[in-house]
Design a protein around this ligand. Structure first.
Ligand SMILES: Nc1ncnc2c1ncn2[C@@H]1O[C@H](COP(=O)(O)OP(=O)(O)OP(=O)(O)O)[C@@H](O)[C@H]1O
Ligand SMILES: [Mg+2]
Length: 230
């Protein structure tokens, strides 16, 4: 059962707005009053054309950027009340990111890539590698832990990136076009993985241009010119 039923908003925004280069000729109103409510154990897709504000919204939800106005509560905490250090802790413990294009470190093995975020979380090295191994097993890559990114297929690299995003077991997984670079069969595998995460009570927010991909989510929001519609 989707725990959306328990109605705890893990992500809640109210009138969230972002203006880049305010009061200059280059001013862009990238987000205009976005109201969003996403519960625990929900899998939500955000669609919309290029330049409509999807990544801007993702960066705000991920606490990588701050809004011009409006409120964002992450798991009940108004993030505007946090200082830089508290924000870093919130990012580390609550949010896993899957960026477009994987962002894996080429000289490190799959195992070392996945273990990376645990360095910041002060986990002892042997435990770090064991947890990274388990995370790779969970995404079906138990046989590939020593491979470097260049020795993996695109879909396998994407799964390494997902394992890395999940290593701290964050309640929220944010994925910006995670299937964009993949063939449709590999994309389906990634989507099946997201559904399993949702069933494990993770909140999954997926950004995509592709209506077929978005159709896998429980709910779809559409972004147009900085406005979000369900
Ligand atoms: N750092 C920035 N400074 C100024 N303008 C920006 C900045 N980042 C984004 N923008 C502008 O804000 C608008 C929204 O950009 P955003 O990256 O959120 O779009 P998007 O929906 O993710 O597009 P895409 O599908 O192409 O990734 C665009 O018009 C873009 O040019
Ligand atoms: Mg984008």
């Amino acid at each position: 059962m989707s725990a959306a039923a328990d109605n705890v908003p893990v992500i809640r925004t109210q009138a969230l707005s972002k203006t880049y280069a305010a009061s200059t000729e280059a001013e862009v109103q990238a987000l205009r009053g976005v109201d969003l409510r996403i519960g625990r154990g929900e899998f939500v897709a955000i669609m919309g054309p290029s330049g409509s504000g999807k990544s801007t919204l993702m960066n705000l939800i991920g606490c990588l950027d701050t809004p011009t106005s409006g409120i964002y509560e992450c798991d009940g905490v108004d993030v505007s009340t946090l200082d830089a250090e508290e924000l870093a802790v919130l990012r580390r413990d609550k949010i896993g990111f899957v960026f477009q294009g994987f962002n894996l470190l080429p000289r490190m093995s799959a195992l070392e890539n996945v273990a990376m975020p645990l360095g910041y979380a002060r986990v002892p090295p042997h435990e770090r590698l064991e947890r990274a191994r388990q995370a790779l097993v969970a995404v079906g890559l138990g046989e590939r832990v020593s491979h470097r990114p260049s020795e993996l297929s695109g879909g396998q690299q994407q799964r390494v990136a997902i394992a890395r995003a999940l290593i701290n077991q964050p309640p929220i997984l944010l994925a910006d076009e995670p299937t964009g670079a993949l063939d449709s069969k590999t994309g389906e595998e990634i989507l099946a993985l997201f559904k399993r995460l949702r069933d494990d009570q993770h909140t999954v927010v997926l950004i995509t241009h592709d209506a077929e991909v978005a159709a896998h989510a429980d709910r779809i929001y559409v972004m147009r010119d900085g406005e979000l519609h369900e």
